[in-house]
Design a protein around this ligand. Sequence first.
Ligand code: SF4
Length: 610
Amino acid sequence: MTTVLEFNNVSVNVRVSGKEVALLRNVTFSVAQGKILGLVGESGAGKSMVGRVLSGMLPSNLRFAGGEVRFHGETLTGRAARSYLGRRIAFIPQEPLSALNPVLTVRQQMFEHLKHLGVARRDWQAYSVARLNEVGLPDPENMLQRYPHQLSGGQCQRILIAMAFSGDPELIVADEPTTALDVVTQAQIIRVLREVQRRHNTAVILVTHDLRMAAHVCDEVAVMYAGDVVERGPAREVLASPFHPYAWSLKNATPGLEGPQYVLPALADLMPGLKDMAELEGCRFARRCPTRDDVCARTVPKLEPVAHGHYVACAGACRSDVGQRQPEPHVLLKTASTAGRPLLEFRDVARVYHGQGRAKGREFHALRPLSLAIYPGELVGIVGESGSGKSTAARIMVGLVEASAGDVRVNGVSRRDANSAEQAEMRRLVQMVFQDPDSALNPRRTVERLVTQVLDLQPDVTPETRREVAERLMGQVGIAKDALNRFSSQLSGGQKQRVNIARALCVTPQLLVADEIVSGLDVSVQALIMNLLLTLNRELGIAVVLISHDLSVIRYLCTRVLVMREGYVVEQGDTESVFSHPQHPYTRTLLASVPPDDANAVWPREVEVV
Ligand code: SF4
């Protein structure tokens, strides 16, 4: 089999405070023609740096410090890599909507690309139609006339896949191609990518943070941590029995879709930043490793074989008895109370938007009449694709969006009939945790001011009281008090989300409505946030409504689930029974779209079209 790409001990350095720090450290792997290699790891692992090396576009402050990249047996210089872009090495980017130019039609962008590839002008139209057909886009002629904003995220990503394969490249780097997409579209895109890749016999590097997905799609995976490849081997084997503590920590922190549920063991601390890496001498995972010993901080582990084609970089301490060293699992306990008066009730609540401008006279039903009751201390999940109406329901719950019809009741009081004091009490009881802490947190305020922002409305709050409240909130969300004087830009992603939750807790709510709050987070941080919500539920009795498109997150956290589609609730019930015996075809489609826990199961499968 022809080897298309080889990374042999490749190192890329940056200078930090006068010290050379390796962002990639002796990275070694290869990809053969027709094979898919998965680069797996969390943010900061160095996966995207591999893509930068392959594009020949290293930022000026980075230095190629050693090793060799070989493409079809020849050294790949930066200049050669740049000249191959699009033709021999192509990229599929992460954010399909921002990768396409919003002011040009698909036709203009396809034609521009074909011109760059040297395709004769007379063939552009036929060539474009054939490529769009190949990626399963219906009515390609019509598609070519559209602008990106007139297409869904999945359609944009198919167009980018079509463009990437247009030059018949020998290597494609797909950088998190499904991260911004919902589960059903993710499965469709992965299926298209694999079909086209097989047809063209192309070598692919799939960059992803999802070990489970990589195991089902790739032939081989390389798990990366802080610039090192820590484990490399056959994809299914690595998922089924990972050796390296980071690889099994990633696997353990990923909630499953079947089987008994255990408390997700979240990794302590964070991936080291540049300054930390400058100081770390030995294994870069040592600070977070549950199985470290004295040798680890002094020795840089090298990849060594543990089975045929399977390599692990670990000082040796963790390899012989990997199973025994993994943390003892704790059974997950969740409350499922539906006793007493509902905390929040929807009685035939609906939301209709009326078209403006050219769409005048048209109606868009974001939420069809919905009745539901959330009880004190309950954990309820709402799941569905983008546009299913789940976020509209969440916004009506907290009063950010008004219902067009029906009645919303909080603690038995109708929001419609409530006086101003009752309205204020409703706002206190039901708090929202927003999806993106970066846009929810004011970067000019310290953490103390952020989490106690609501106290600004009270005239006589002393600095001591504010500090006291802030310290209590920090304790509740598990952040050290010394973070109170920092700004949000000085916090990690997980800390920001915890500050976001602390802010909602300031008014002692009884219900938190959490809209996709773990969707952009790495799995270890995601586990931390979900465990925090469970602790708040258990210790403070706070009910949680979790909005998510991720079914495994819903299964982990919620005892009851509502499945939404196009504004309707199509199925609801006890989470375990809905997930194990889905009745509605759409629920079955959603479940079939998630990569299964079993490394040997077939995925993506053909799913029912509903
Ligand atoms: S070398 Fe040591 S610290 Fe690093 S992964 Fe292995 S056991 Fe853990």
